[in-house]
Design a binder for this molecule. Structure first.
Ligand code: ADP
Length: 335
């Protein structure tokens, strides 16, 4: 039993311990559990929503470490599958002196790329109220089939479907392919979270819109809602500048970010969407009522999600940084 199912990849980020522009030049790496859907499951669990992670890791020390870490955070792992012959996906990341990132992925193929529809825990999906997915498992054929089968199973039972494309360009064969598959996900979702960069990418336009340009932002959000009539609530995040929401019913809101000393922004977006889903489920909102959710309710939920995202940047790593309700309440009281 879980109210929220997060389906997708769980992997290990090895973060370079020294600044370098070439990830191969780093002498040491710090192990950090990751994978956006796993982070979202943890964020929701910390905020009191019963969540489960569905995905495949290797039957190896790193896969077991991920399962232990996710379970210790209170997430149901009954739907996790362990691959006997494929390894847990690894991503080595370094940060250059001016903040530029260099990535090297070990997924040739990794266990998550071999996840198949036959390995889905359908009873767990039947038990949920909402399901969340991303686009990394839409890249390769087997996990794409598994993800789409899970989403279609959930949709046909009227579950709330949440989607955060989480664009990672180096993982795709081409940006055209990324756009096509990300659009495929958009068609299935009730609730969508994109970053400002992703919104610009989806429109493939020379003009990159800045979150300060309210008119252009509003225009692009409305175009996205028009292109995908199934989306009932669209959220767009702007890092330290906060976020905005756009409802199918024509309402929208803009919520400033909270000022914090950010040390690692990994997982901020995952904390944000985990908090939005948790807030909607706590308010009894489902796929049928999302478009009609009151403006004040959506504003309160997105404000709290901004707080969760901000708090998530103040500690290193994604999973260790996700706050519980007491920490969020205390943070908001101090504002
Ligand atoms: P993603 O991680 O998906 O790119 P963002 O970086 O936009 O998403 O972060 C999601 C939310 O987390 C933002 O809307 C904001 O509320 C909060 N947030 C992110 N970075 C910061 C920051 N440096 N300071 C304060 N809040 C932040």
């Amino acid at each position: 039993m879980a109210d929220l199912i997060c389906i997708g990849e769980a992997l290990i980020d090895f973060v370079a311990m020294e600044p370098c522009t070439d990830v191969g030049a780093s002498g040491g790496f710090l192990r950090a559990p990751g994978g956006a859907p796993a982070n979202v499951a943890v964020a929701a669990a910390r905020l009191g929503c019963s969540s489960a992670f569905l995905g495949k890791v290797g039957e190896d020390p790193f896969g077991r470490f991920l399962a232990r870490t996710i379970a210790a955070a209170g997430v149901n792992i009954d739907g996790m599958v362990f691959a006997p012959r494929h390894r847990t996906g690894l991503a080595f990341v370094s940060l250059g002196p001016s903040g530029e990132r260099d990535f090297c992925f070990f997924r040739n193929p990794s266990a998550d790329m071999t996840f198949t529809p036959a390995e889905l825990n359908l009873p767990l999906i039947d038990s949920c109220k909402a399901i969340h997915f991303g686009s990394i498992t839409l890249i390769d054929p087997a996990p794409r089939r598994a993800t789409l089968a899970a989403i279609s199973h959930a949709r046909s039972a009227g579950k709330l479907v949440s989607y955060d494309p989480n664009l990672r360009p180096p993982l795709w064969n081409s940006l055209a392919d990324a756009r096509k598959r990300i659009f495929q996900g958009m068609r299935l979702a009730d609730l969508v979270k994109v970053s400002m960069e992703e919104l610009n990418f989806l429109f493939n336009s020379d003009l990159a819109v800045n979150c300060a340009d309210q008119t252009e932002l509003q225009g692009r959000a409305q175009l996205l809602l028009k292109k995908f009539p199934g989306i009932k609530l669209l959220t767009v995040t702007f890092g330290p500048d906060g976020s905005a929401w756009f409802s199918r019913n024509g309402s929208s809101g803009r919520i400033n970010g909270f000022s914090v000393e950010a040390v690692d922004t990994t997982g901020a977006g995952d904390g944000f969407i985990g908090a939005v889903i948790t807030g909607l489920l706590a308010a009894g909102i489902d796929s049928g009522t999302l478009a009609g959710a009151a403006d004040q309710l959506v504003t309160a939920i997105v404000t709290r999600a901004n707080a969760v995202g901000a708090i998530a940047t103040t500690t290193k790593g994604a999973i260790p940084a996700m706050p519980d309700n007491a920490a969020v309440d205390q943070f908001l009281k101090g504002q």
